[in-house]
Design a protein around this ligand. Structure first.
Ligand SMILES: NC(=O)C1=CN([C@@H]2O[C@H](COP(=O)(O)OP(=O)(O)OC[C@H]3O[C@@H](n4cnc5c(N)ncnc54)[C@H](OP(=O)(O)O)[C@@H]3O)[C@@H](O)[C@H]2O)C=CC1
Ligand SMILES: CC(=O)C(=O)O
Ligand SMILES: [Mg+2]
Length: 541
C-alpha cells in the first residue's frame, strides 16, 4: 500500500506564496516597513549585499536564500543583471554548489525520489506543495553532473538552476517548476563516506532494477502531472540515450544534454560559418569527447551539411569523434553502441590517440570539446587548427569553467586572433592586436527555456527532433545587427527572454506542422500575433 507522507510545506499554496503574502501584508501595514523603504532601492541594496560576498559559493547561498524568502525579488534581480547572476545560479558556480551540497544544504528546493520509494512514487509526487501548477520538471539522477562525474543526490542544484533559467529566461511561472532528483544511489565513494551526504548510502543498482524504477517514475509523472514536460538532465551517457528513446513517446520529454546541446551548437556553428570564407561542404568537424553531449551534437550537426544539399552519407563523412581511447573507427574494439554511427568506416591505420596527431590527420575546420579534459586543446593543437583554415572554429564546451578544453585567451593567442570561440561556461573579454573580443557561451541554456516554453504553450504531446532543430534555427536567426558586427556567434544573455520568445514561436510552428500540438487557437494566429501571445504569457516578477 502506498504510504502518504505529510508534505513539509502547506499543501495548498506552498511556502513561497505564504511568505509573499506575509511580506505584502508587512509592507501594507504601517510600521512594519521602514519609512523610506522602496522596492526599487531594496533591489539595489540586495545587489550590494550580493556583491559584498567574497566567494562565488557564498553568493550562491545568498541567492538561494533570497529565492526562498522573496521569489519576486530574486527573479527581478536575475532579470536586471543576467550576465552577473547567471554564472552564480548556473555554470560554473552551480557545479561548486553540487560538490558542496552536503555542507550548504538548508531547505528542500525540489523533490527527492529514491529507490526506496519504489511502489509509492505517485504519492511522493503528490507531496510537491505546488502540485496543481507543475508544468515543467527538470529531472536528474546525478550520475554525471556537468563534467564533475557521479554526485548522486547532490545533483539537486543543477535541476534547481536549470529551472531558475526557465523562469528568468522564458517567463515560466516559478510555481510551475518542479525540480526532481532521482536518488538511485551513487558510485561516488567520497559521497558514500561523507557523514553529511544527503542521499542513499548505496551504490547504483543493476540496470534491470533501475529500468523498473524509471518505468514507474514516468508512468506516475504522467498520471499525477498530465500536463508536465520533462527535461532529463545530466544522466550518464548510456542511460541518457536509452531513457530518451524509452520515454520520449510517453510524454513530452527531451534530454537537454543530448538534444539541447546539439541545438545550441548547430546554432553557433551556423553563425560562425558565416565568418569563414570557405564553402559549407568543405568544413570538417572534429568532436573531442564522445559521450551523450558529443554524440547528440554530432547528430544535430548533420543538418549543417544536409541543408546545404549534401546527402546523409556525405554529411557523416565530414564528422569525426575522439573518445578516451582515441579516434573512433569501425574495427576498434569495444565501441559503445551510441558512438557507432559516427565510427569512421574506412580508417585502416594504427589507433590514433594524440590530439595533435589527430588534428594533423583530420585537418578539421571546427574543433568541439565535450570531454571534461581541461587544457586538452593545447597551444600546439590550436596552432595546427590555424593551419587548416583562415578562421578556426574552436568551441571548448565542457563545464564548469575549470574543465574547459582551453581558455579564450589561449585560443586567441595561439591562433593569432583568428579563432572563432565559444565555451560552455562564461569567459570574459580579451584584447588581441588592439581589438576587443568577446567570448560566446555555447551552452544549452540558450535553447531549453524557449523549447520548453513553446512545447508547453502549444500543449505538445511530444518533443520531436524537428522541434529541437527548429529551436536551433530560431536561435541562429536571433543575432542582432550589432552582435553580428562584433562577430558574436551567440546573442548576449541579457536578451534571453526575447530570444526564448522567438524560439518558442519556431517550436510551436514546427509542432503544428508535424501534428503534435494541441491548441487550435494558436494555429490561426499570424507569426507576429503568435510572438505577442508568447510574450504575454511570460511571467514577470
Ligand atoms: N556546453 C554545454 O551546453 C554542455 C556541455 N556539456 C559538457 O560536456 C562534457 C561531457 O558531457 P557528457 O558527454 O555527458 O559526458 P561523458 O562523460 O559521457 O563524456 C565524456 C567523453 O569524453 C571522453 N574522454 C574522457 N577522457 C578523454 C580523453 N583523455 N581524451 C579524449 N576523450 C576523453 C570520454 O571517452 P569514453 O567514451 O571513452 O569514456 C567520453 O566520450 C561535460 O563537461 C559537460 O559539462 C554537456 C552538456 C551541455
Ligand atoms: C550545460 C549542461 O547541461 C552540462 O554541462 O551538462
Ligand atoms: Mg547538463
Amino acid at each position: 500500500m502506498a504510504i502518504v507522507l505529510t508534505p513539509y510545506w502547506s499543501p495548498e499554496e506552498g511556502i513561497q506564496k505564504l511568505k509573499l503574502e506575509a511580506q505584502a501584508k508587512a509592507l501594507a501595514a504601517p510600521g512594519l516597513a521602514p519609512p523610506a523603504f522602496s522596492l526599487k532601492v531594496q533591489l539595489d541594496r540586495t545587489l550590494l549585499q550580493l556583491r559584498s560576498k567574497s566567494s562565488p559559493i557564498e553568493k550562491y547561498s545568498f541567492l538561494a536564500q533570497l529565492k526562498e524568502t522573496d521569489v519576486e525579488a530574486f527573479y527581478r534581480l536575475c532579470l536586471e543583471n543576467m550576465s552577473e547572476i547567471t554564472p552564480i545560479i548556473y555554470t560554473p558556480t552551480v557545479g561548486e554548489a553540487c560538490l558542496q551540497y552536503s555542507k550548504i544544504y538548508r531547505n528542500p528546493e525540489g523533490l527527492f525520489i529514491s529507490l526506496k520509494d519504489k511502489g509509492r512514487i505517485g504519492s511522493i509526487l503528490r507531496n510537491w506543495p505546488l502540485a496543481k501548477d507543475a508544468r515543467i520538471s527538470v529531472v536528474t539522477d546525478g550520475s554525471r553532473i556537468l563534467g564533475l562525474g557521479d554526485l548522486g543526490a547532490n545533483g539537486m542544484p543543477i535541476a534547481v538552476g536549470k529551472l531558475s533559467l526557465y523562469v528568468a529566461g522564458a517567463g515560466i511561472r516559478p510555481s510551475s517548476t518542479l525540480p526532481i532528483t532521482l536518488d538511485v544511489g551513487t558510485n561516488n565513494s567520497s559521497n558514500l563516506s561523507d557523514p553529511l551526504y544527503l542521499g542513499l548510502r548505496q551504490r547504483r543498482p543493476s540496470q534491470e532494477e533501475y529500468d523498473a524504477f524509471m518505468d514507474e517514475f514516468i508512468a506516475e509523472m504522467k498520471r499525477v502531472y498530465p500536463k508536465v514536460l520533462v527535461q532529463f538532465e545530466d544522466f550518464s551517457s548510456d542511460n541518457a540515450f536509452s531513457y530518451l528513446t524509452r520515454f520520449r513517446n510517453s510524454l513530452p520529454l527531451f534530454n537537454d544534454d543530448v538534444q539541447g546541446t546539439g541545438a545550441v551548437v548547430l546554432a553557433g556553428l551556423l553563425s560562425a560559418a558565416r565568418l569563414v570564407p570557405i564553402p559549407r561542404n568543405e568544413h570538417r568537424i572534429l568532436l573531442f569527447g564522445a559521450g551523450s553531449a558529443s554524440v547528440g551534437v554530432a547528430k544535430q550537426l548533420m543538418s549543417f551539411f544536409t541543408v546545404a544539399g549534401m546527402s546523409e552519407e556525405e554529411a557523416r563523412h565530414q564528422i569525426w569523434l575522439v573518445d578516451s581511447k582515441g579516434l573512433v573507427y569501425v574495427g576498434r574494439e569495444g565501441i559503445a553502441e551510441y558512438k557507432m554511427y559516427f565510427a569512421r568506416k574506412h580508417y585502416t591505420g594504427l589507433p590514433m590517440k594524440d590530439l595533435s596527431e589527430i588534428v594533423q590527420y583530420v585537418k578539421p575546420t571546427v574543433l568541439l570539446g565535450l570531454s571534461t579534459i581541461a587544457g586538452a586543446f593545447t597551444p600546439d593543437v590550436i596552432r595546427l587548427m590555424s593551419q587548416n583554415t583562415p578562421r578556426p572554429i574552436i568551441f571548448p564546451l565542457s563545464n564548469p569553467v575549470h574543465l574547459s578544453e582551453c581558455t579564450f585567451a589561449d585560443a586567441l593567442t595561439h591562433s593569432n586572433g583568428t579563432a572563432i570561440f565559444a565555451s560552455g561556461s562564461p569567459f570574459g573579454r580579451e584584447v588581441i592586436g588592439g581589438v576587443r573580443r568577446e567570448a560566446g557561451q555555447g551552452n544549452n541554456m540558450y535553447i531549453f527555456p524557449g523549447l520548453g516554453l513553446g512545447a508547453l504553450l502549444c500543449r505538445a504531446k511530444r518533443v520531436t527532433d524537428s522541434m529541437v532543430e527548429a529551436s536551433a534555427l530560431g536561435l541562429a536567426g536571433s543575432l542582432s545587427w550589432d552582435e553580428r558586427a562584433l562577430e558574436l556567434v551567440y546573442p548576449r544573455i541579457e536578451r534571453l527572454r526575447e530570444i526564448s520568445a522567438s524560439i518558442a514561436v519556431k517550436v510551436i510552428r514546427e509542432a503544428q506542422k508535424v501534428g503534435v500540438d494541441n491548441s487550435t487557437d494558436l494555429k490561426r494566429m499570424s507569426d507576429a500575433r503568435l510572438l505577442e501571445f508568447v510574450k504575454r504569457k511570460m511571467w514577470n516578477p
